[in-house]
Design a binder for this molecule. Structure first.
Ligand code: XMP
Length: 514
C-alpha cells in the first residue's frame, strides 16, 4: 500500500474537534488531532496531505488567544479553517475579524456564491450550523468570499492558488445538511485523498508494528476485563505474536450474568492466548463487607484488582511488555490537560504498569475511536455480541447494588439485568439505547404474593441515550417493553418485589446510581 495519508487537525479547544477527526475518518482518511501550538516542522514531519484548524472558544482579538505557528500557512499543504480556525486564518494572513452585529447560533441558511471547489455540488442555499460571536469582515489578500448568510457576509472564503479555505459554520455536525459533502470536497477534491483508511489496513499495519516492537521472542502481558477495548487489543496482539501474549483476567465476581464464561470461552477457544483467570470473588466480597460508601467501594476494588493481578502476573514468568486498551478519546483528552473535577474516581489500570515495573507499553488502539475499535473487533473475528457490548464500569455491579455488596444481592441484580438485556434484545433496541441496566436500590417495600405479605427489594431500571456519556438523556423505552421486564423480574427473581423506571437525565444525575 502507498504511504498512509494523514489529515492533521490543530486543536484550538473547540467542542467539536473530536467530531472533525471522526468525520474525516468516516471518509476513509486517517486523521490525527494535535495541539494548536505544534511547530511547522513538527506538523510537516507527519507528512499530512491536509490541515484543519478547529474551532475554539477564543476570540482572535484577545492577546492571549491561541495562534498557530505562522509558517504553517507557508507549508504548501491545503488548509481548512473552521469557525475560530477561519477567523485565525483571516487574522494571520492580513484580513479583518470583527464582532458580529448579531450573534449567530443554531441552524442558519447559508448561500453559496460559487458552487465549485470546496463548495462543489452544494445547493445554492444550504442549512448550516453556526455558533459564533466574531466573524471575518474582510478577506485576506488572495482570498475571495464564496458564501454568505443574512448576518454573516463572509460565511466561507477561498484562496484556490494556495489551497487555503475557511468556513464560519461547522461542517462536522449533522445539523449542517451538506457538511459531509463539503468535507469530502476538501479531502478528495482539494487534498487529493485516496480513501484507503480501513480497519483491514489498520489491522495489518498494527500487526506489523506490534511484531516489530516485540521482536522474535518478546512477551506481552494484558489485563483482560471482558470489555470491548481490552478484548479487541487481545485479539489484535494475538494475531501479531500468538501465544507470546499472556492475559490475566481478574474475575471479581461482579460481572454480569454469563460474562465471565464468555470471556474464558473466547480467549481459550477462538483466540487461544496463554490465559489465567483469577477467581477472586471471595476476596472482593470479603473486603467489601460492611462498606456502603461508593467511593470507598471503588478504591477497595481498584486496590484488590492490582493486588490479585500482580500475584497472577508473577506466576507467568518473564514478561517484556505491558499492553493496554487505551483509546483515542482518552489520548486527546489527556493531551489537552483538561482539569475536569473528579466526580467519580474511575477504576482503571492506569498506574498498573509502573507498579509492576514495566517501562514499555503497547497500546494498539491508541489512535482509534470507540466505533472504530468495534469495527476492528469484527474485522478480527470477535463475536458480534462481545464487540457491540454496552459499556460496563470497572467496579462492576458493586456500584449497582446500593449500600453493602453481598453475593446474594449481586445474584439478584445479575438476574434482573439479564432479563432487561433479553427483553431489550427481543425488542431490537440494543443499538438504539446506549446503556441499560438494573439497580438494586436497597429499599424494601411491601407487596403481596399469593396470599402472603412480602417485604422485599425495589429494583430500578436505568436506560440512557448519549453520544459521549458526558451528558445523557433517559431512554424512552416503550411501555410494553418496561411492562414485560417488570413482570418477569417480579415473577422470576426471588426478593425483587417492585420495579421502578429512572426518568432522570445527566446532568443533574449521573448514569450510574453510585
Ligand atoms: P456516570 O455514572 O459517571 O457514568 O455518569 C458515565 C459512564 O461511565 C461509566 N462509569 C464507570 N466506568 N469505572 C468505570 O470504568 C467507574 O468507576 C465508573 N463509574 C461510571 C458508566 O457506566 C457510564 O458508562
Amino acid at each position: 500500500m502507498a504511504e498512509k495519508q494523514t489529515i492533521l487537525i490543530l486543536n484550538f479547544g473547540g467542542q467539536y474537534t473530536q467530531l472533525i477527526a471522526r468525520r474525516v475518518r468516516e471518509n476513509k482518511v486517517f486523521s490525527e488531532v494535535v495541539p494548536w501550538d505544534i511547530s511547522a516542522e513538527e506538523a510537516a514531519a507527519h507528512q499530512p496531505v491536509g490541515l484543519i484548524l478547529s474551532g475554539g472558544p477564543s476570540s482572535v482579538s484577545d492577546p492571549n488567544a491561541p495562534r498557530c505557528d505562522p509558517r504553517i500557512f507557508d507549508l504548501g499543504i491545503p488548509i481548512l479553517g473552521i469557525c475560530y480556525g477561519m477567523q485565525l486564518t483571516a487574522d494571520m494572513l492580513g484580513g479583518r475579524v470583527e464582532r458580529a452585529g448579531e450573534r449567530e447560533y443554531g441552524r442558519v441558511t447559508v448561500r453559496m456564491a460559487e458552487r465549485s471547489g470546496l463548495l462543489h455540488g452544494m445547493k445554492e442555499a444550504s442549512s448550516c450550523w453556526m455558533s459564533h460571536t466574531w466573524q471575518v469582515s474582510a478577506c485576506p489578500p488572495g482570498f475571495r468570499a464564496v458564501a454568505f448568510s443574512e448576518n454573516c457576509p463572509i460565511a466561507a472564503m477561498a484562496d484556490d492558488d494556495r489551497r487555503i479555505y475557511g468556513v464560519q459554520f461547522h461542517p462536522e455536525v449533522t445539523h449542517t445538511e451538506e457538511g459531509g459533502l463539503l468535507l469530502s470536497n476538501f479531502l478528495y477534491g482539494v487534498c487529493g485523498c485516496r480513501g484507503e483508511w480501513t480497519m483491514k489496513a489498520y489491522a495489518d499495519t498494527a500487526v506489523q508494528n506490534i511484531r516489530q516492537t516485540v521482536g522474535e521472542n518478546g512477551t506481552v502481558l494484558l489485563a483482560l476485563s471482558g470489555g470491548v477495548d481490552s478484548s479487541v487489543a487481545a485479539a489484535l496482539i494475538y494475531k501479531a505474536i500468538g501465544d507470546r501474549l499472556r492475559c490475566v483476567f481478574v474475575d471479581h465476581g461482579l460481572l454480569r450474568e454469563g460474562e465471565s464464561e464468555q470471556v474464558c470461552h473466547v480467549f481459550q477457544r477462538l483466540f487461544p492466548v496463554k490465559f489465567v483467570r483469577a477467581d477472586a470473588a471471595k476476596k472482593f466480597f470479603a473486603d467489601l463487607k460492611g462498606v456502603t460508601e461508593p467511593e470507598e467501594k471503588r478504591h477497595i476494588i481498584g486496590r484488590d484488582f492490582i493486588e490479585v493481578f500482580r500475584a497472577e502476573a508473577k506466576r507467568l514468568g518473564r514478561l517484556d511488555y505491558f499492553a493496554q486498551g487505551t483509546i483515542y478519546p482518552d489520548v486527546i483528552e489527556s493531551g489537552q490537560g483538561t482539569n475536569a473535577a473528579v466526580i467519580k474516581s474511575h477504576h482503571n489500570v492506569g498506574g498498573l504498569p509502573g507498579e509492576l515495573g514495566f517501562t514499555e507499553l503497547i497500546e494498539p488502539l491508541r489512535m482509534l475511536f470507540k466505533d472504530e475499535v468495534r469495527a476492528l473487533g469484527e474485522e478480527l473475528g470477535l463475536p458480534k455480541d462481545l464487540v457491540w457490548r454496552q459499556p460496563f464500569p470497572g467496579p462492576g455491579l458493586a456500584i449497582r447494588v446500593i449500600g453493602e455488596v453481598t453475593p446474594e444481592k449481586v445474584r439478584i441484580v445479575q438476574a434482573c439485568d439479564a432479563i432487561l438485556r433479553e427483553e431489550v434484545s427481543r425488542a431490537g433496541l440494543e443499538e438504539a439505547v446506549s446503556q441499560y441496566f438494573a439497580v438494586l436500590t436497597g429499599v424494601h417495600t411491601v407487596g403481596v404474593m399469593g396470599d402472603e405479605r412480602t417485604y422485599d427489594y425495589v429494583i430500578a431500571l436505568r436506560a440512557v441515550t448519549t453520544d459521549d456519556f458526558m451528558t445523557a438523556d433517559w431512554a424512552r423505552l416503550p411501555y410494553d417493553l418496561i411492562a414485560a421486564v417488570s413482570n418477569r423480574i417480579v415473577n422470576e427473581v426471588p426478593h425483587a418485589s417492585r420495579v421502578v423506571f429512572d426518568v432522570t437525565s445527566k446532568p443533574p444525575a449521573s448514569v450510574e446510581w453510585e
